[in-house]
Design a protein around this ligand. Structure first.
Ligand code: KG4
Ligand code: ZN
Length: 349
């Protein structure tokens, strides 16, 4: 590796900055090595989905135990695949919240031990900061400001990214996260877990105008979301069909539900961009992997000559490369954490 290269985009630093990222906030054990916040040298992800599937959702205790079992191997593999050793690492970035407390603690303990032993900075990263920063990896030319629609299993936020790591939250969900709604609807439709990709797939075979589920826009100037109404509407629809002995066309329900939530998310993202006078929109989080949101928001952006960027699928769902990317932006600013850094399950954004 040409470690002493002077990279122009590297904020004037005279060497490449290599960050080891660690992510264990939910059900993915992941470690990654990222150069200068944008070049992924490795991104190892061990997904526990097959284990949690049996229970229809993530079981926190099982998640923590699996992280403990896998974390060292995943980190070792990330170093090997990146062709670096601990001596090459400039800092260790780790998700410190929000997430499952037991799961977060596993990654944090590993990160702290490594940072202490190699005597390099520890950088605590907010998981949402990580999701947004996946866009810097995807699009090497992506620079703030932009509007980011953060949609995942735990979050639904519209964020004004003013600068690297400098955020103004313009809207958030007042009840369920969009991914939660996807997962719940998939469960009642008997599709399994995680629901998002399964609804996405089923919807391709369905008629999205078959059922007119409600769209919740809230107050006319609000950029907040509410997804509990549509979740209940789908459950009511299914129960009513069952009571009346009517057949339920799963692809139609999936497609109609998806169109309703994606329409609202698209409308609010565009409204946020208009409000702030910004013509660049980014997607982030697990639900950003959704085909319909990419398509619908893509079309709206095209109409308005806005730029839309989104990370590739593997960078949308939880991974450590995005944590290393966010960590890099904190490294540049000298925003390091103490070794006493604790897990913050409800860390605010
Ligand atoms: O970002 P993520 O991996 O974890 C959290 O931080 O929450 O997001 C997981 C969420 C799940 O709710 C999953 O169903 C959803 O992302 N998801 C999708 C798709 N792929 C994953 N939702 C809709 N369409 C998809 N293709
Ligand atoms: Zn996530």
């Amino acid at each position: 590796m040409e470690k002493e290269n002077i990279i122009e985009s590297n904020c004037g630093l005279l060497k490449d900055i290599i960050i080891l990222g660690i992510e264990t906030s939910c059900d993915e054990t992941s470690a990654a090595v990222v150069r200068n916040g944008r070049d992924v040298l490795s991104n190892v992800i061990y997904s526990q989905i097959d284990i949690h599937k049996e229970y229809g959702g993530v079981v926190p205790e099982i998640a923590s135990r699996k992280h403990v079992e896998k974390i060292n191997k995943v980190i070792e593999q990330a170093l090997v695949e990146a062709n670096v050793t601990y001596a090459d690492i400039d800092a260790v970035a780790v998700t410190c919240g929000p997430g499952l407390v037991g799961a977060l603690l596993v990654g944090l303990s590993a990160a702290k031990a490594i940072a202490y032993i190699i005597d390099k900075p520890l950088i605590g990263v907010n998981h949402i900061d990580g999701h947004i920063s996946a866009n810097y990896i995807e699009d090497k030319a992506c620079v703030p400001p932009f509007i980011c629609l953060v949609i995942s299993g735990g979050h639904s936020n519209i964020v004004h990214v003013k600068d690297y790591g400098v955020y103004e939250v313009l809207g958030t969900t007042r009840d369920d996260a969009i991914g939660e709604a996807y997962d719940k609807v998939a469960r009642v439709l008997g599709l399994g877990y995680p629901g998002g990709p399964l609804i996405d797939k089923a919807a391709k075979e369905g008629n999205e105008d078959a059922i007119n589920f409600p769209r919740t826009y809230l107050e006319s100037d609000s950029l907040d979301f509410s997804f509990s109404g549509i979740k209940s509407a789908v459950i009511n629809y299914i129960n009513t069909c069952k009571m009346k002995g009517l057949d339920i066309c799963v692809p139609d329900v999936a497609a109609s539900f998806q169109k309703a939530v994606v329409e609202v998310a698209t409308f609010k993202a565009i409204r946020a961009a208009e409000k702030k006078g910004i013509s660049k929109i980014a997607l982030a989080g697990g639900v950003a992997a959704n085909t319909k949101i990419r398509e619908m928001l893509g079309e709206e952006c095209l109409k308005k000559s806005y730029t839309l960027i989104y990370p590739k699928m593997i960078l949308c769902t939880d991974n450590a490369a995005m944590i290393a990317a966010a960590g890099y932006n904190k490294y540049i600013k000298g925003e390091f954490s103490e070794l006493t850094l604790n897990a913050s399950p409800n860390l605010k954004f």
